[in-house]
Design a protein around this ligand. Structure first.
Ligand SMILES: NC(=O)c1ccc[n+]([C@@H]2O[C@H](COP(=O)([O-])OP(=O)(O)OC[C@H]3O[C@@H](n4cnc5c(N)ncnc54)[C@H](O)[C@@H]3O)[C@@H](O)[C@H]2O)c1
Length: 319
């Protein structure tokens, strides 16, 4: 089954993942993007020229605005959030408010509007804390120490994920929670090590690594991420579940990533080590068997291929 003839509301739709999803769905659906334009990937695209896409500027903290935009939607994808560790550390109050209250507003509005097909909510791989190896959806989540700014994001997202499950269990709202693992690719304009490394590498500028560079991550290309989302929208067994979406084979240390970016792009950038900025995640590799078995999702894009595709986009759009 594919998603056709639906009215789809994407909060955070001007952002990286939301706008890429919109570009895949707009040929056969009516899409409304709802975003306060704190970040703005769509400015680099021609999405708003598409007759099936419209933008409503607004804030998920404004319940009345959320209620209006969600009314009549068959599908709601709630991607609006304060994300990116630097932003989270600078604005922990806003992070908690937008990610918890904003998510509560979207779920309440979707429930009130009687959304029938799907409400997709974004959690995060950060809920697994600083050591996550082959982490499965039903593994324990880790809250980290209270007062450590980095964990504000994970806690706020986990609250949203619990609330989504609660709406499914208590009211039958067809929710799905997605936990993305380090997504990168064309259109990423917020934070994320790969995009920063690529932009620096393209300019032959120094690449800064915070900490000793041994932090391990699995990198998921945006097309794979969106494929996972489409699987979750299309497949009825997704309802009421959480899914890890990531690429458990595209794994490297942060130092290895900087070296790979420089090698693949033929860059002369020097790699510099800086003191760590905050608590960090030392190891994070997902187990994606649940998404494979239930949804038929499997990440396909390897790291070098993804770096090349991403670099091409930055060359053409941002630099
Ligand atoms: N990219 C990743 O690796 C990753 C990893 C884990 C989780 N996520 C989650 O996936 C979702 C999408 O992430 P993304 O990478 O596209 O981020 P993004 O920052 O590019 O997009 C988020 C969008 O939300 C909008 N927004 C922020 N606050 C808002 C508010 N108060 N009201 C309305 N809009 C608001 C921003 O303007 C932005 O366009 C987010 O919920 C994020 O937490 C992403």
């Amino acid at each position: 089954m594919s998603v056709r003839g639906k009215k789809i509301c994407i909060t955070g739709g001007a952002g990286f993942i939301g706008s890429t999803l919109a570009s895949k769905l707009c040929a056969e659906n009516e899409i409304v993007l709802f975003d306060n334009l704190d970040r703005n990937t769509i400015q680099h695209t021609r999405l708003l020229e598409d007759q099936n896409i419209s933008l409503v500027e607004g804030d998920v903290l404004d319940y009345e605005a959320v209620r209006r935009v969600v009314a009549g939607a068959d599908i709601v994808v709630h991607a609006a959030a304060v994300a990116g560790i630097d932003t989270v550390i600078k604005k922990p109050v806003k992070t908690m408010e937008v990610n918890m209250i904003g998510t509560a507003n979207v779920l309440k509005a979707a429930q009130g509007a009687g959304v029938k097909d799907r409400v997709v909510e974004f959690s995060t791989s950060e809920v697994f804390g600083s050591h996550a190896f082959r982490s499965r959806e039903d593994d324990n989540t880790v809250a980290g120490s209270a007062g450590e700014a980095r964990w504000v994001y994970a806690v706020s997202k986990l609250a949203g994920e619990h609330l989504s499950h609660a709406y499914f269990k208590e009211f039958g709202l067809p929710t799905v929670s997605i936990r993305p693992f380090n997504v990168y690719g064309p259109g990423q304009t917020g934070e994320g090590a790969i995009q920063i490394f690529i932009r620096r590498a393209l300019a032959d500028e120094p690449i800064k690594i915070y900490g000793d560079g041994t932090q391990i991550r699995a990198w998921c290309f945006i097309d794979d991420m969106v494929e996972g989302l489409l699987c979750a929208l299309e497949n009825p067994v997704a309802v009421g579940e959480s899914f890890n979406i990531g690429n458990s084979r595209a794994v490297t240390t942060i130092y290895g990533l900087a070296q790979t970016v420089c090698r693949v792009l033929g860059s002369k950038s020097e790699i510099r080590f800086m003191p760590p900025l905050s608590a960090d995640v030392e190891l994070r590799i997902p187990e994606t068997t649940k998404a494979e078995e239930l949804l038929g999702f499997k990440a396909k894009v390897n790291l070098e291929e993804g770096i090349l595709g991403t670099a091409e986009w930055y060359r053409e759009n941002v630099l």
